[in-house]
Design a protein around this ligand. Sequence first.
Ligand SMILES: NC(=O)c1ccc[n+]([C@@H]2O[C@H](COP(=O)([O-])OP(=O)(O)OC[C@H]3O[C@@H](n4cnc5c(N)ncnc54)[C@H](OP(=O)(O)O)[C@@H]3O)[C@@H](O)[C@H]2O)c1
Length: 280
Amino acid sequence: MPSSPTSMHTNSLPTAALAESQSEPEFVLMSDWSLQGRTALVTGGSRGIGRAIALSLASLGADVAITCYTGCKFAADVTGQIKDLGRRSMSYSHDIAKPEEVEKMARAVLDTFPDIDIVVNNAGITRDRSFKKMTYDMWHGVLAVNLTGVFSVTRCFIDGMADRGWGRVINISSIIGEAGGFGQANYAAAKAGVIALTKTLALEYARKGVTVNAIAPGFVSTRMTAEVPERAMQSVLERTPVGRLAEPREIAAAVSFLSSPLASYITGHVLDVNGGMLMR
Ligand SMILES: NC(=O)c1ccc[n+]([C@@H]2O[C@H](COP(=O)([O-])OP(=O)(O)OC[C@H]3O[C@@H](n4cnc5c(N)ncnc54)[C@H](OP(=O)(O)O)[C@@H]3O)[C@@H](O)[C@H]2O)c1
């Protein structure tokens, strides 16, 4: 007797996938947003976008470690607020551009939080100058923090996630990594590199329960954009369909979603959070 389409479909599922699909509800529950029981690391969590990400993940239930560099007093404020939310937290100061300092940071973080489930590679800098005037120092400085930093941090934590069969790596790239940016050859190359690294890691870890995604913000109201000259900022606003900068919380919202159990089938993706700017 021929099987019905339903039974054919069911019979073709591997046993593990069948068990998973039967144990999961058919629709999204409020609890699927929760990060209760998870532990996150946010690099550059002392201010700006990283601060909003760290506080958001804690507010959704995660314990959160953050790193800082020059802004340790700001980091103390963030860890204090996380503890006020009833979560555990710690901060560690290091130069992410130096792989040996990243390894020390990872040892200290893993001493306190042995199972890091979520890594948000957020720390970043700009050293803008026209291509003609860009020095090797400016080139290497930005590549070392914005791209090698992502490599150094991720390699300390991703295999732990794979061993436990669950993990999230979220890399903060930029619209400049997708479209280029005047005077930003170093930054654009680093942020484009982050996207390529994201996709490669997504492929390598897809069967291990670890998703790897990037977020590409447009222009966000932080210390970084405070340095943009007024005329250039006017042009940014004219080219942004929603007509304003993003708030750090709006980037944190995207990180929160990608960190959640809800995003289990999203990997190797670059999520634009840019007020529609790439449509122009
Ligand atoms: N703002 C935007 O418009 C925008 C747009 C697209 C993408 N992004 C990206 O979003 C991320 C956050 O930017 P933001 O605007 O929030 O900048 P921000 O306010 O300047 O914060 C940058 C963070 O990175 C940390 N950091 C910088 N250099 C470091 C180093 N050598 N070692 C360790 N940590 C270091 C800083 O730590 P300390 O403060 O402790 O020194 C700080 O926590 C960056 O990757 C940036 O490229 C920003």
